[in-house]
Design a protein around this ligand. Structure first.
Ligand code: NAD
Length: 436
């Protein structure tokens, strides 16, 4: 690799050379986090280098027919499996107009750490299609999903790689993926995806699981800092599956939700928003824009509002070296993947803003996906209370274990969480050895 191309912080003896196809800003963030932590914990360089790149990356391009029947458009699709050591791989499916191999690769790495931190028998994966899902009809979305599934069918399966939903995909998309896979196998295979509707093998509590995990971590963070969530001001960026659920549950626990936002804009009410009214508005108007019960704010302004807890739950790269100095929260809980860049991490640490990192805070989703996979394998389904109770216990334990590492090693929670995940992966790799 040319000197100028080399990513800073790589292991000294690195042997992977040449341009990395997935080298994008988001990949650099994920690998930068890995490098910082691997250097700190003096991770075995052989393992460190292997973990900097995905084990398997599939890029496909495929056509889909538009509703007018005559127009056929071609799009890119991806499925990246970062680590096959721990069991099948697991990770969401993202539909986004700007999706690229670097983004999918970064997300697959974060999935590896999440599964290892929680102790799930999975390695990380991620996939998706470069398409804006809001610009296609439901029937076009179905055709895209079915063709995408058949393009990646060789590398997915309940024992191989299990997709789930992510940004821009939902239960219905998972149902189409499950059906397409099952049609090819000749029998129903519910365990091939998670995040499905309950009627076809989905788990109760899956839709709310990530938001519930975010709130569990928020409660634990508050307890650690001697704060109370009751009466605390909470601002949430992104009012989707994760953000809206986190806002609702935090509200039920007595927090004051002072701001929420979506892709277009946000709303702010210093005395707290009435979320029932917000939900009714969104059901009718789709977006928050124009909601009468609060002042309009931009997504950038929302991040800088005075609050006790800030929950970014939309997209990556929102808190950077440029705005981290202006955040006015006490606790930052990352619902989204990769919302904070490396420069911002340094600023937040200096400013004493307690940050619960994405790989811990939003791991509730993959935890209940794991429950779903277990239930599908056993064909024995749990009640919602069982799912929620088990989820909360696992998230509390993970938080406390990561906090213990942070205190012992005198590092921030992101570094501690990564240390814990990397230690588990390292031991698994040592035990399995190198083939042949
Ligand atoms: P979603 O599609 O249900 O909701 C996303 C929300 O963010 C929507 O309100 C959308 O309008 C808003 N948004 C989209 N683009 C935006 C932009 N450019 N600026 C501001 N807001 C924007 O998605 P989700 O499932 O809630 O996922 C949100 C985040 O959480 C993503 O980073 C995802 O990777 C992460 N995550 C999701 C899960 C899960 O189980 N759904 C699990 C772990 C992590």
């Amino acid at each position: 690799m040319a000197e100028s191309d080399a990513l800073p912080g790589a292991p000294a003896h690195g042997t992977l050379t040449g341009r990395l196809e997935w080298d994008t800003p988001m990949y650099r963030l994920a690998v930068g986090q890995l490098d910082r932590t691997a250097a700190r914990m003096q991770l075995d360089e052989n393992i460190w280098e292997r973990l900097r790149t995905p084990q398997r990356a599939l890029v496909v391009s495929f056509p889909f027919r538009r509703d007018d029947y005559d127009t056929v458009d071609t799009v890119f699709g991806y499925r990246v499996q970062h680590l096959l050591t721990m069991g099948p791989t697991k990770g969401g499916t993202r539909y986004d107009a700007d999706l690229d191999l670097g983004e999918v690769t970064a997300l697959s790495m974060w999935m590896t750490w999440k599964c290892a931190i929680i102790g799930l028998p999975f390695g990380g994966a991620k996939g998706g299609v470069r398409i804006d899902p809001t610009t296609v009809s439901a029937s076009e979305l179905q055709r895209i999903t079915r063709r995408y599934t058949s393009e990646i069918i060789e590398i997915i399966g309940p024992q191989k790689d299990i997709p789930g939903p992510d940004l821009g995909t939902d239960q219905q998309v998972m149902a189409w993926m499950m059906d397409t896979y099952s049609q090819q196998m000749g029998h129903a295979v519910p365990g091939v995806v998670t995040g499905k509707p309950v009627e076809i093998g989905g788990s109760l509590g899956r839709t709310e699981s990530t938001g519930r995990g975010v709130v569990t971590c928020t409660l634990e963070a508050c307890r650690h800092l001697g704060l109370s969530l009751e009466g605390a001001r909470v601002a949430v960026q992104g009012y989707g599956q994760v953000g809206a659920t986190a806002a609702r549950i935090a509200g039920q626990l007595g927090a004051k939700i002072v701001a929420v936002s979506d892709v277009k804009s946000g709303i702010h009410a210093p005395n707290g928003l009435d979320l029932k009214q917000v939900d009714a508005w969104v059901r009718e108007h789709r977006f928050l824009e124009g909601f009468p019960g609060g002042d309009a704010v931009s997504n950038a302004e929302l991040l800088e509002l005075p609050c006790d807890v800030l929950i970014p739950a939309a997209i990556q790269n929102q808190i950077t070296g440029r705005n981290a100095g202006r955040l006015r929260c006490r606790v930052l809980v990352e619902g989204a993947n990769g919302p904070t860049d490396l420069d911002a991490d340094d600023v937040l640490r200096e400013r004493g803003i307690f940050t619960v990192p994405d790989i811990l805070a939003n791991a509730g989703g993959v935890t209940v996906s794991y429950f779903e996979w277990v239930q599908d394998a056993q064909q024995f389904f749990w009640t919602e209370e069982e799912v929620n109770q088990k989820l909360v216990l696992i998230m509390q334990r993970a938080f406390r274990e990561v906090l213990a590492v942070a205190e012992e090693q005198k590092v921030d929670l992101r570094t501690a969480a990564l240390m814990k995940g990397l230690a588990r992966v390292r031991e698994a790799k040592r035990r399995r050895g190198v083939f042949p």
